[in-house]
Structure formats: structure tokens, C-alpha cells
Design a protein around this ligand. Sequence first.
Ligand SMILES: [Fe+2]
Ligand SMILES: [Fe+2]
Length: 266
Amino acid sequence: MRIKPATARRIIKTRPFYLDLKPESPWDGFLGHFERNAERNDWAEYRFNSAPVLDRKQRQELLRSLAIFQRGETGEGRILKEIESVTYFPVDQSYRNALRLFVAEEGRHAGLLFQMIRSMGGQLTNSSGSFRLFYGFRGLLGVRFKLMVLLAAEIIGCECYDILGRYLKSCPAGKGLNRIQKDELAHLGFHCQFFHLLGRSWLKRKLYLSLYRFIAVCASITVMVEHRRTFRLCGLTTLDVAKRFRNRIRTGAQWIRNGVRLQECL
Ligand SMILES: [Fe+2]
Ligand SMILES: [Fe+2]
């Protein structure tokens, strides 16, 4: 049943037996998606019992890239504390709950990548150029800026996991990467919708779009340089990768401008 928030508040006030009624939130769809994902809990199904057939140099490059992506999936916890004190629209309790589940999902990606790397005899990394840039940028301003950097990271995740997943499609690692990529696409929609709702005036939307394009382009260039040998191993030239990032950044901009429903990013 769909009712207006004001009506819901009046009903709750005058008819306390309807305790289950609460105003609708713009985040109900994404929250439901994250809850279903958390309940699925099917990560144990991914067993990396056969490694891709690669020569030593290729394996090294692939493992180096996977370790950098694994590092990027960790350390989002601080934003959960900060979001608690944010009260402006579109942040509400449903958004906070969805963000909590989003962070947990990134943690599960980190765990899956860790198993993948270990099964191929690789090691984790503590830092990388893109990771330092990512954290340096993120610490600069408030919650909105941090969320914008997270949004740019989803552009990277969507493309890179897609490239690697397709390349490794014949082995379990490819299946795992494709699964992660699907989640990243929903993350991209989740963050784009946040900035769509946040930038309600023409000027604000323009501002958020410009900031988004700047950060996303910087992040893409850094990743293209840092992982160029891995992309080459996947049969892609720098120009191919640049085109893929450009298209994904355009999709993100469209979603920020027009808004995005969960169904569009599943
Ligand atoms: Fe992730
Ligand atoms: Fe993500």
C-alpha cells in the first residue's frame, strides 16, 4: 500500500495499533536488494580449485592487479560512523541501513578476492598508486565528497571486474569476478541515485556532475596506467580500455542526471 509520509505520520499518531506503518523511503528498493544479497550468503559456493593457465609473467601481473583491487575493497567502515550524524535529504534510516549492508558487501568481495589470490599462490598488498590517491582524495572533505569518491570507485570496479571476468571466464576465478561485477553495478546505481536526489536544483546537479566527471576521469586514468599490462594480457589496448571507461562514466552521469531505479542496474 502506498501512502504519503504525512498521512502515515497522522495514522501512527491517531491509531497506535498500526505500528508497522512508516513513511516510504526512496531507499526501500536498494535496501531490499542489499538485504536479499546478505541473506543469499552463497559465497561459500565459490571454490577456486583450478587456476587459469598462464605463464609466470602473466600470472604475476594478474595477481598484482587482483591484490590492488582486493585492497580497494576494504576500509569503508569510517563512513558508517559519519553517516549517523548526517540528517539532510536523502539520508534517512533506510539509507544508513543500506550503506551498512553495502560496506558489508564490499567486505565480502575483499574476502572472495583474498581466496582467489591465495588459490593462485599470490600475496595481498598494502598499498598502490590508485589506493593512495583514492584515500588521499576521500579524506579531503565531508561525507558527500567521500561518497563521490566511492561512486568513482564503482566505475573502476564495474569495468575492471568485467574485463578480468570475461578473460578468466573458463575458470572459477572468472565466475567469482563476474559475480562481484554484478554487485558493483548495483553499487554504482545506489551512489548515482544518492547524488541524483541530493542535487535537486539545477546548479547543484551541475556541480555534482562536474565533480563526478573530474574524479571518475582521474581514477580511470590512474587505473589505466597502473593495470596497463594486465589489460594488455586480457587482449585490450589502452584505447579499448579508455572507451570502456568513457562509456561507463557516461552511464553514471546519465543516472545522476535522471535518477536510476534498482531494476536498471541489476
Ligand atoms: Fe566491491
Ligand atoms: Fe562496490
